[in-house]
Design a protein around this ligand. Structure first.
Ligand code: IMP
Ligand code: MG
Length: 181
């Protein structure tokens, strides 16, 4: 790997992460009880949480849940956002008149979520809310509505649970801080 020398430090264990997601799923299942929900995952970061959250929602009793994905990219590799998120994959199915829950791995500046929210509204969604596994509130550049948050974390670059660094480390089942040596 041609990357600067670094090591990883544990931030959130797999158990703590899963326990929190199950808890959030119970809350979401309660909020959407009796309604049909479309989970819209923001790729690639949201792939793990889309799988786990979807199953926890079912276990929590929410039956009518569908899944779709968009892809928004603001990183040209590395650890710094370019500040200009771009849509690189659109929805496969219409969300017109539907209740959408945007699902992401982490909300940092908020630019990605802002763009995704706009996109869902312009696609005619009946309602749009957002959930993210992690949030770095100190990094926010735009105000966003994030209803469901797994964990608020400090301004550190993290990997694992489909958060990547140069496309690496997405396969780690827990959240780790990437520390440059
Ligand atoms: P935002 O647009 O600045 O809120 O950034 C959102 C996207 O940047 C996230 O969905 C991630 O894909 C990526 N990102 C932000 N912070 C981190 C991090 O600490 N590790 C890995 N990816 C990150
Ligand atoms: Mg993401």
């Amino acid at each position: 790997m041609k990357t600067p020398k670094h090591h990883l430090e544990l931030l959130i264990s797999e158990k703590k992460l899963q326990t929190r997601l199950e808890e959030l799923a119970r809350q979401i299942a309660g909020d959407y009880a009796g309604r049909e929900l479309v989970l819209v995952g923001v790729l690639y970061g949201a792939s793990s949480v889309m799988s786990d959250l979807g199953r926890y929602l079912w276990k929590a009793g929410l039956q009518y849940v569908s899944k779709d994905y968009i892809s928004i990219s603001s990183y040209a590799g590395g650890t710094k956002s370019t500040g200009k998120p771009k849509i690189t994959k659109k929805l496969n199915h219409s969300v017109k008149g539907k209740h959408v829950l945007l699902v992401d791995d982490i909300v940092d500046t908020g630019l990605t979520l802002q763009l995704a929210t706009k996109l869902m509204h312009s696609a005619g969604a009946e309602s749009v809310e957002a959930m993210s596994v992690l949030s770095k509130p100190s990094r926010r550049e735009v105000e966003v509505e994030l209803k469901y948050i797994g964990f608020e974390i400090p301004d550190k670059f993290v990997v694992g649970y489909d958060l990547g660094y140069d496309e690496m480390y997405r396969t780690i089942p827990e959240i780790k801080v990437l520390v440059f040596d």
